[in-house]
Structures are given as C-alpha cells and as structure tokens.
Ligand binder design. Structure first.
Ligand code: 6PG
Length: 472
C-alpha cells in the first residue's frame, strides 16, 4: 500500500492550499475532512503529478500515513482543535507528530503538548501567515516546541516556505508554544499597521481631498520606496477595485465596522499580563471595537459636529509628511511587538531567537516589509536588543521622521480627525525617550492615599511618608 509522507486535517481554504503547496514540492499528502464536498474538491483540483488523496474517514486517513505520522491540523482555533485531537489521538502510535498550524492560543497549545506527551505523542504549535495565496505559494512559517519533531519537519517546511534572497522564511521559534506566541504577536503588529494605514488614508482623503485614483498613485509611490510592504501594496490595489453592484469604487461602499477574530486582543491581554507597553497595538484593537458602535457614532457626530477641515497649502509636502508619519509609526509598532517577544521569551522560557523572527517575517507573511531588513541587521549586531529603538541605525531613521509624525498627529488633533494609532505611537515614543517622567508625583499620590511606598532617586530603600493633609 502506498504510504503518504504527510497528513492534513481540515481541507478548507488554508488547509487545501497548504496541502497543494506541500505536494508541489514532491511530498505525498493525504487530506482529511468531514465535509465530503471538500474531499471531492481536493481530488478534482489536484494536478496529475501531485501525490494527494482525500478521505472522509479518519481511520483510513491515519492508516495511509507513513510512520512516524506527521499530521498538520488546519482547523479553526479553540474547540475544533480539541475535538479533532479527541478523535485522532486514539488512532495514533507512539512517536507520531501532530502540528497545529492554526491561530491557536498559546496556552491551549501548552495544555495540548502536555496531554499528547502523556500519550507519547509529539504536539507542536506552528504559526502560518500569508493568507490563501501565501499558503499556496509560500507562507512565512513559525514552528515552535518539540525540537526533535521540528528536525523531522524542517526539510519540508523549508521547501514550502516563502524565500527571501534564497533563504526560507521559516525557522525554529523557540520552546513550548513559542510558534503560536510569535504568530500572535505578528497579528498584533498586523492590527497596528492596518490601523495606521487607515489613518493615513483618512488624512489624505479628508484633508488633502485625494480621490481613489490619486490615493492609488500615492500608495504606489510609497510601495516603490522605503515603505515597500505587503500591506501598502494591497492597499494600493484596493483603491483600484470597482464595485460590481453600483457605480464607483468598492472601498467607498464598504461599511466602516471592523471585524476581528481575537489574535490582536490576545496580544494586548498578554502585554498587560507580563507588563510590556504596546499601546499602538492596544489602540488598534480598541479602535476596531469602537468602529462597531456605528449607530452611536452617527448620533454623536450629529450632537457634536466637526470642524471644517482646512486643506493643507502644499499637498505634495502634506503627502510626504503623512507618509513619513506612517513609516515611523509602523516602525514603532514593530518595536512594541518585538519588545513583547523579548519579555515573553524570558517570562515563559521560550528562548525566542529575535533575529530569526524578523528574518522569516521578511517574506510570505502579512507584515512583510523592507523595513524588516533593518531590524534583521540590528539583531545581527545585538541579538539581545531589548527594543529596536535602541539600535543606532534605527535611531537615525527615527530622528529623520519624528518631526513628520509630530506634525501629522498635531494636524489631525487640531482638525478633529481621529488619529489614535499615530498619536499613540508618538506618545509611546515620547515617553520611552524621556529620561524623567512625572511618575514621581504618581508615586507620591499612591503613597499618600494607600501607603503604597516609593523609592527615592538619591538613596536606596523603600520609603513611606505620613503626608500632611492640609484640609484637616
Ligand atoms: C495571516 C493573518 C491571518 C488572519 C488573521 C486576521 O497572518 O495570514 O494574520 O492569520 O488573516 O487572523 O485576523 P482578524 O480577523 O482578527 O483581523
């Protein structure tokens, strides 16, 4: 009987495309899905040279895989993963490997690693980014956990991942659930960058009165230069998409209520839990929440009105300033996400190689951008950099753009244009680069009403004062 090298559970869009990608690289793959339609589609669509087989029987699926079995799960995060494992694990043999390639919560992965280990099975969490076309043509792949299992998968992962300068966009992300953690933070950064791009769009549209054709040209130019990235590129193309239901462009017909699946929220929750400041990611999460109050926003806009926005005198200069502000705020968002990874690596003993994280994010994933090359150089210089803003070369870029970010944020503020992401990136930068913050006063307040004590700046120790209450 022919044995298949890999198994794929879940033949939805991502699973199917990843399966074809693996098969394209000379590996044989068996696919399983409970949905007969998806199983049939797999057979119909596969190229003749691909060694693939679909089945709706889990027993059959498991029996056709070579051992140790290497089974990739591409099912929605949460309960579906547990229910697959419940049915699958009794059919497996010692040493088999199950790889969860969905956006699973890292603590769920830890629990599953322990559970499967008790059955002598390997379980790995592996982030995959790049959407449908990435899965098919080369995603960025973030595996973590069991090193022995990873070594077995490595040749396949390297062959199917995106390539930058001939190097595969996949690497070992660290111990335990590090693969899912890195993917979660990737998505947090994705939220922030998307928020910032919408703010640049808002300013160019409302203040500079650019239409979609002009916006297309601006984003095209940005994408041709230092801002070259996947998100700028797709934004450029969005401005060209005509609506097929009405006249005009589709972007103008899309309701301004954002959806979210949860990875951004997890990133923010995590940052709070382990004490890392990532305000631009937080604001991106909360801005999506705020956008959903559409009816209330309509009422509030009638109640409060808005000032008329005065068009900037020099449109070209304004576009350049907004572009620089976007570039720097984006850089600051990466800095926050990467700082979270640094702390998480210590906190959870993940041992995340930051240099490899930015290296494999250069291609295939949603947040790929040429900026990552600079972060890669920074981590080559100092693999233990706690924040990329502390790198000398990065600091030169920041210094060259900070005025634009300040001016853009100020312009938005003075014209009543919501600009939460840029303003928060700026605020983070200002606080992060301030030697003495006014938090001495805050500590005094805490000690005043709650005897919470404080430290002094002129001697060691912990102090408490009986503050004089002048009202009594
Ligand atoms: C990726 C994406 C992918 C997915 C997000 C979208 O890297 O390929 O991040 O994982 O598109 O989950 O998340 P929201 O639905 O929360 O925006």
């Amino acid at each position: 009987m022919e044995r298949y090298n890999y198994g794929m559970v879940g033949l939805g869009v991502m699973g199917r495309n990843l399966l074809y990608n693996i098969a394209d690289h000379g590996f044989s793959v068996a696919g399983f899905d409970l949905d007969e339609g998806k199983v049939k589609e797999l057979g119909d669509e596969a190229a003749p040279e691909m060694k693939v087989q679909g089945t709706g029987s889990l027993e059959n699926f498991v029996s056709v895989l070579e051992t140790p079995r290497k089974i990739i799960l591409m099912v929605p995060a949460g309960k579906p993963v547990d229910s697959v494992l419940e049915n699958l694990t009794p059919l497996l043999s010692e040493g088999d490997i199950v790889i969860d390639a969905g956006n699973s919560y890292f603590k769920d992965t830890e629990r599953r690693i322990a559970d499967l280990a008790s059955k002598n099975l390997h379980f790995m969490g592996m982030g995959v980014s790049g959407g449908e076309s990435g899965a098919r043509r080369g995603p960025s792949i973030m595996p973590g956990g069991d090193q022995e299992a990873f070594n077995l998968l490595k040749p396949m992962l390297e062959s199917i991942a995106a390539k930058v300068d001939g190097e595969a966009c996949t690497a070992y992300m660290g111990k335990s659930s590090a693969g899912n953690y890195v993917k979660m933070v990737h998505n947090g950064i994705e939220y922030a960058i998307m928020q910032l791009i919408t703010e640049a769009y808002d300013l160019l549209k409302k203040a500079a009165n650019l239409n979609n054709d002009q916006l297309y040209e601006v984003f095209k130019e940005w994408n041709n230069g230092e801002m070259n990235s996947f998100l700028i590129e797709i934004t450029r193309d969005i401005f060209q998409q005509k609506d097929d239901l009405t006249e005009g462009y589709l972007v103008d017909r899309i309701l301004d209520k954002a959806g979210a699946k949860g990875t951004g929220k997890w990133t923010s929750e995590q940052a709070m839990e382990i004490g890392v400041s990532i305000p631009t990611i937080d604001i991106a999460v909360t801005s999506r929440i705020l956008s959903a109050y559409k009816e209330e926003r309509v009422k509030a806009s009638e109640l409060y009105g808005k000032e008329e926005i005065s068009t900037p005198e020099n449109t070209e200069a304004f576009i350049k300033e907004v572009g620089d502000a976007l570039y720097l705020a984006t850089l600051i968002s990466y800095a926050q996400g990467l700082a979270l990874l640094v702390k998480a690596s210590e906190e959870y003993d993940f041992d995340i190689p930051l240099k490899d994280v930015v290296k494999i994010w250069r291609g295939g994933c949603i947040i790929r951008s040429v900026l990552l090359e600079k972060f890669y150089s920074a981590y080559i210089q100092d693999p233990h950099l706690s924040n990329i803003l502390l790198d000398q070369e990065i600091s030169e870029i920041v210094k060259s753009k900070i005025k634009s970010l300040r001016k853009t944020a100020a312009f938005a503020a003075s014209h009543g244009i919501a600009n939460l992401g840029m303003q928060t990136a700026l605020g983070y930068f200002e606080a992060y680069t301030t030697e003495s913050l006014p938090v001495n006063l805050l500590q005094a307040q805490r000690d005043y009403f709650g005897a919470h004590t404080y430290q002094r700046n002129d001697r060691e120790g912990v102090f408490h004062t009986s503050w004089q209450n002048l009202n009594h």
